[in-house]
Write a protein that binds this ligand. Sequence first.
Ligand SMILES: Cc1cc2nc3c(=O)[nH]c(=O)nc-3n(C[C@H](O)[C@H](O)[C@H](O)COP(=O)(O)OP(=O)(O)OC[C@H]3O[C@@H](n4cnc5c(N)ncnc54)[C@H](O)[C@@H]3O)c2cc1C
Length: 430
Amino acid sequence: MIIIAGGGMTGLSAAHHIQASGQKYVLLEKAGALGGLCRSIRKGGYTFDWSGHLFCPREHWVISWVEELLNGDLLWFQRESCVHVKGENIPFPIQAHLGALPRPYLLECLASFLRERAQEKDSQELGTWPDWISTTFGKALAQLFFFPYHEKLWGVPLEELSAQGLEWSVPRPTVEEVVDGALGVKNPLLGYNANLSYPSNGGIEEIPKAMARELVGVYTLSSLQRVLWKQKQVVVKGFGKLSYRKLISTIPLSALLRLLEPPVEEEILAFPAPRAVSIWVLNVGIKRPSASHYHWIYFPEKEFPFFRVGCYTAFGAHLAPPGRSSFYVEIPCHVVCGLSKELMVERTLKAMVRCGILKSTGEVEIVLPVKIPVAYVIHDVSRSRWLPRVLFFLESHGIRCAGRYGAWGYGTMEHAIIQGREAAQWAVEE
Ligand SMILES: Cc1cc2nc3c(=O)[nH]c(=O)nc-3n(C[C@H](O)[C@H](O)[C@H](O)COP(=O)(O)OP(=O)(O)OC[C@H]3O[C@@H](n4cnc5c(N)ncnc54)[C@H](O)[C@@H]3O)c2cc1C
C-alpha cells in the first residue's frame, strides 16, 4: 500500500499519477478540505485565496494538464509588479529598472553594480544570502532594497541564511540589461513568473479541486499522528494503524520529524530544529472599483508592516462584487508579535493608506485574516548539510518527502505538481 500524507498540490499530483499507474493508494489529509495552501474563501461576494496565488507554469505537460483539468477556464496575463521604495513604485525586477529610481539612487546603484561585475570572481560557491546579493547586484541596491526586504521577511540575521535554494527565484539581468534599465528601457519578461495564470471561474482552489475530482483514495479529516518507521506503519486519526510499503510525506518536514517513532536524531547524527517564517495574510475588500493594476507590490521599508501587497481584482474582476476591489496583504508574524489581531489590522490598514493603496480606511468593507504557520522555510547555512542526509535516511526507510514544505525548500505550485509526479514514480517502483 502507498500512503500519501497531505492533500495539497503535491499530494494531489502524487495521487493522480499513482492512480494513473493502476496502483492503490490512500491520501490522508488533516483538514476538512483539500488544496493545502491553495485554498480559497468566499465571503460577502468576494473570493479570497489563503494568500494571493498565481500559477506560473513553464513545463508543457503541467500547462496542458491544468488547462485540461479546468476545461480551458484559465486567464493568462503578463506580470504587473513593482517595488515600493522611497515613495516610488519601481517596476519589478528593480535590478533591471534602475532608471525609475530617484537620480542619486540610480547613479549609486548602477555604479556599485558595475564595480561588482568588473571584479573577477574566483569562487563558484554561492555563499551566504547577503554575500550572494551584494556580489550579484552591488552593495547599494542590496542596502536600498534586498537587505531590508529580506530582513523583514525572514526575521533572522541575514548572515544565517544560505543563498542555496533561494537564488533561483531572483532574476539576474545581464550587464547590458541593467544598463538599458538604467536608461529607462522596460524589461517585463525577466524571471520565472513573467507569465501568469489564474482560474477564470472562482479562486486558485479551482485547480486542486479539479485535480481531486477523479481521485478515489482520498480521506479528509484524517491526520497522521505517528509514524512507526521501523514497522512501516502510520497511526491515523479515525483509522488507527495502517501499514505502508511506501509513504509520500508532503506535510512540513518539521512536523514529520516530530511524528517519527522512535525519534531519529541519533541515527542521522543530530540536525538543528528546522525553522520557518509564519505569516498573517489580511484579505481586504474595498468599496472602490479597479483600485490597482498590480498583481503584487514589494515593501522593503520598515514603516510598513507588510512585505508584499497584491490585488486580487487585478487577476480577475470575478473575484469581487461589481464596483469593488480586493487585496491580499502579507505580514510576517515576527513583525507584529505582541499586537492583538485588532491592532495588527488597524496598523496595517493605516499603512495601506500611507503608501497610497487605500484612499482612506473608510473604504474598507471586509477584512479576513488568515494565519499560515509554516509559510517560508528558513534556509539556514547548515541546511545544505543536514537536509540531504535527513531526506536520504527517510527514503532508505520507505519515506519520500516532497513539496515545498515536505522537502523543506522554496517552490511554486508547479514545483509541487512536478515533485508529486516524481514521488509517485518512486512509489510505484517495486
Ligand atoms: C504566502 C504564499 C504565497 C504563495 N504564492 C504562490 C504563487 O503565487 N504561485 C505559486 O505557484 N506558489 C505560491 N506559493 C507556494 C505554494 O503555495 C506551494 O508551493 C504549494 O501550495 C505547496 O503545496 P504542498 O502540497 O506541497 O503543501 P501544502 O499546500 O502545505 O499541503 C500540505 C497538506 O498537508 C496537510 N497536513 C499537514 N499536517 C498533516 C498531518 N499530520 N496529516 C495529514 N495531513 C497533514 C495540510 O493540511 C496541507 O493540506 C505561495 C506560498 C505562500 C506561503
